[in-house]
Design a binder for this molecule. Sequence first.
Ligand code: Z5A
Length: 234
Amino acid sequence: MSEPQTKAGDGAARLRGKLITLEGGEGAGKSTQIGHLLGRLGAAGIEAIATREPGGSEGAEILRKILLSGVVKPLGPAAEAILFAAARIDHIDNTIEPALRAGKWVVSDRFSDSTRAYQGGAGEIDPRVLNGLERVALGDLRPDLTLILDLPAEEGLRRAARRRAPGETLDRFEGEDLRFHESLRASFLAIAAADAGRCVVINASAPEAEVADAIWRVASERLIAAPAEQEYGA
Ligand code: Z5A
């Protein structure tokens, strides 16, 4: 489980990094945009790493294979949520926390809001169960910024289908029907509305470069312009 966060300025040799998470439905463009965001952070002199969920650490990548194979599906969404949380614990302990403590920024392709949307919203798990799992997995850790890439489910599925190699099989979640993917979109929008201090909805239907600009505007306004002036001495 994650340790308590180090507060900026508490004597640590380097300041703690920031955690940015990208969320959204299938084919929303998260991986594409993480590439752009990392490039822009680097150009701004901010050291950052990209990671993903499920996965992002040795143990979590093993759980990723199991989860996406679909073998856990018959056990139900609660069992899946527990395994996603287990993967998240390993990811936080071995990748996210060490990077943040070293002053690096971490950009994660999916994080805990995916459990809320996929297993909670679309899978209909009681939110109290998810709150408990989140407490166990995250401890005090919260993303500094969550970008919710929003687009119609049909468009996301079209993009994902275009990207798929010939003969490539669908994973556990790609195989769900359009209604499932539409309910996911509604869940992500509800998460954003409920936590506007942390989440920003990005129009992911726009061309790739426009989405990249919108993301950079939000990231720099929220995390660099104000607080980082003190933290990075800009
Ligand atoms: N899951 C869960 O259920 N519970 C959890 O707690 C967690 C995850 C953490 C992981 O899948 C699955 O696990 C995921 C949720 C579930 N299920 N699904 N489906 P994954 O990691 O294999 O895949 P993903 O996270 O869903 O990402 P994705 O489908 O690979 O899409 P993406 O990263 O958002 O999109 P992309 O690869 O950047 O872009 C898709 C295509 O669109 C590609 O060809 C791009 O060139 C193109 N693209 C990108 N941007 C644009 C724009 N702006 N215009 C046009 N075309 C574009």
